[in-house]
Write a protein that binds this ligand. Structure first.
Ligand SMILES: Cc1ncc(COP(=O)(O)O)c(C=O)c1O
Length: 361
């Protein structure tokens, strides 16, 4: 069958997600396993969110609202944009895929950082585009070099802000300089999956940027701070013309009804999620302290994960940690051998990680 497949997909390296806890327990015969591999929120959704999910379960015999009316209105109100400036995705991952489907023809070019979130490359390659990679400089985006990589064939530039796995953000000044001179025919895709965690005043995170730049789309998600990764809901915000194009390639019922209700309730439960954020910030500091004490080389980030440099082969470290019941991410697949990435967990989870690292390193 291989010769019958779309030619472009044969070049695609399948995405390797963080192993699920159940798989590690089954394979290694362990009972106590924690997962710090996918930058999820270690805390459950708020009690109000859980209640609304249970209530909505009675209605899942019906298709969901394909337009996400209530969630759309609420987000539009909060962001002070028009409801038609939002496209929803089955996770913000899907908005990335919608953009590549809507904009890329075979042999078009896409510019990304190296390393960065793997879906940008996978989705672009499926459409037969050429992916041009610009190495990070001291873990930061090298925006001047990314700009130099533009050719007449460039259609999309992906900017993770803050990015994964570096955990670093782009400043307002850097972004303004970058956008200066970039033609409106290039879609600038700013992925803000972790924006809720960033407190820095110079962070180029404002939704107002889409008013200034007609070729900019900003995506956000309920998978990270809002802890709804399992329900899959994210969205993109841009001018109506871009949103209309993405909606043309969107599956009509892509956001399930539980996700719509849960996301809406989560947005309104501000006090719960600000407590969650405070706790994650506290745990991040505690983890840094423990790393310092152990002389571990790590990157300080503005997100809920951290890059850690290990001596030697990172796969070996990851496999040893698995045997200790700790699932973390090997950065070798992302072109960073010698690095692992750990999500900030609960206090108990972080202690287990530290204990395992002490044993192994
Ligand atoms: C940078 C970045 N963007 C997007 C996503 C996708 O998130 P979701 O599809 O759950 O919204 C992730 C998930 O890890 C990510 O790290």
């Amino acid at each position: 069958m291989k010769n019958r497949a779309k030619e472009s997909i044969l070049r695609v390296k399948p995405y390797i997600p963080g192993k699920p806890i159940s798989e590690v327990k089954r394979e290694l015969g362990l009972t106590d396993v924690i997962k710090l591999a996918s930058n999820e929120n270690p805390y459950p959704p708020s009690p109000k969110v859980i209640k609304v999910i249970a209530k909505e379960a009675y209605n899942v015999n019906r298709y969901p609202d394909g337009d996400c009316f209530s969630l759309r209105q609420e987000i539009a109100k909060r962001l002070q944009i028009l409801p038609r400036q939002i496209v929803f995705g089955n996770g913000s991952d899907e908005v990335i895929v919608l953009a590549t489907k809507a904009f890329l023809n075979k042999d078009d070019e896409v510019i990304i950082a190296q390393p960065t979130f793997l879906i940008y490359e996978i989705a672009s390659s499926i459409e037969g585009a050429k992916v041009v990679k610009v190495p990070l400089k001291d873990l930061h985006y090298d925006l001047p070099e990314m700009k130099k990589a533009i050719t007449p064939k460039t259609k999309i530039i992906f900017l993770g802000n803050p990015d994964n796995p570096s955990g670093q953000y782009i400043t307002n000044k850097e972004f303004t300089e970058f956008m200066n001179g970039i033609g409106e025919g290039i879609l600038v895709f700013m992925d803000q999956a972790y924006f809720e965690y960033v407190d820095s005043l110079d962070f180029a995170g404002s939704i107002k940027l889409i008013e200034q730049y007609k070729n900019l789309i900003i995506t956000r998600t309920f998978s990270k701070l809002y802890g709804l990764a399992g329900l899959r809901v994210g969205y993109g915000v841009a001018n109506e013309e871009i949103i209309d194009l993405l909606n043309r390639v969107r599956e009509p019922f892509n956001i399930n009804s539980l996700a719509q209700e849960a996301a809406l309730t989560a947005l309104k439960d501000e006090s719960y999620y600000s407590k969650v954020k405070k706790e994650i910030n506290k745990q991040r500091e505690a983890l840094y302290k423990a790393f310092d004490k152990m002389n571990i080389d790590y990157a300080k980030t503005c997100t809920n994960f951290s890059l850690i440099k290990v001596k030697g082969d990172s796969t070996e470290v990851v496999n040893k940690l698995l045997k200790e019941g700790v699932i973390i991410r090997d950065m070798k697949h992302w072109g960073m051998n010698g690095y692992i990435r750990a999500t900030i967990g609960t206090s108990e989870e972080n202690k287990k990680l530290i204990k395992a690292l002490e044993k192994i390193l």
